[in-house]
Design a protein around this ligand. Sequence first.
Ligand code: SAH
Length: 221
Amino acid sequence: MHSHELRGVGMTSQRTRDRLVARLRAGGIEDIRVLEIIRHEPRHLFLDEALAHRAYEDTSLPIGHGQTLSQPWIVARMTELVIAESPDHVLEIGTGSGYQTLILARLVPQLWSIERITALYQRASERLRRLRVSNVRLRLADGGHGWPEAAPFDAILLTACARELPEELLAQLADGGRLIAPLEEADGSQWLTQVRRKGDDFDYQRLEPVRFVPLLQGVIR
Ligand code: SAH
């Protein structure tokens, strides 16, 4: 990696990023901290070279293995939700490219992130290491089991869609903490949902329609 890649020139110019941020703002993203981090951080480094020129379009893009780097708008929205109550311990399920991980890492003190596909886990680790992100721990595992040794979490974010939330994951939420996830309903529609723990009760709040790849089980070596 050359230093100019980090600063962003040409196809990844500041003007392109400014345009993306203007679009996110028009789309209802209000948290200035989130907008500024997205303006600053290099999304093009989380894509294959052939797709890097599209990095600052507000669109999801393939990252191989049938997975996608989420659209910037949804990354911004989920980040806004996660940081709204200034969580200290945050768990992400579905590291993928590592881009959402990077954005969150810049805005929360301590982040844990789990990915089930070895190749994606390795690539994300390498990118985050190069960007000198030091407040994130990554793990290759089935995220459905959470990260018991680091629990409880003030916030848990799923970047893949679940039909039903694993009990083990809900059990790792701190009291008053929130889990944010795309959930699939019986009719096949997906909704971004916020689940708040209150003692042994879990309050579900449906937020907006979304489209995510599924949460799957096991580890792909
Ligand atoms: N936030 C990522 C989104 C990647 S798509 C990004 O911005 O790039 C969702 C990711 O969740 C995929 O990488 C997929 O492999 C992963 N995933 C799906 N089920 C999982 C599970 N049970 N545990 C961990 N990761 C999982």
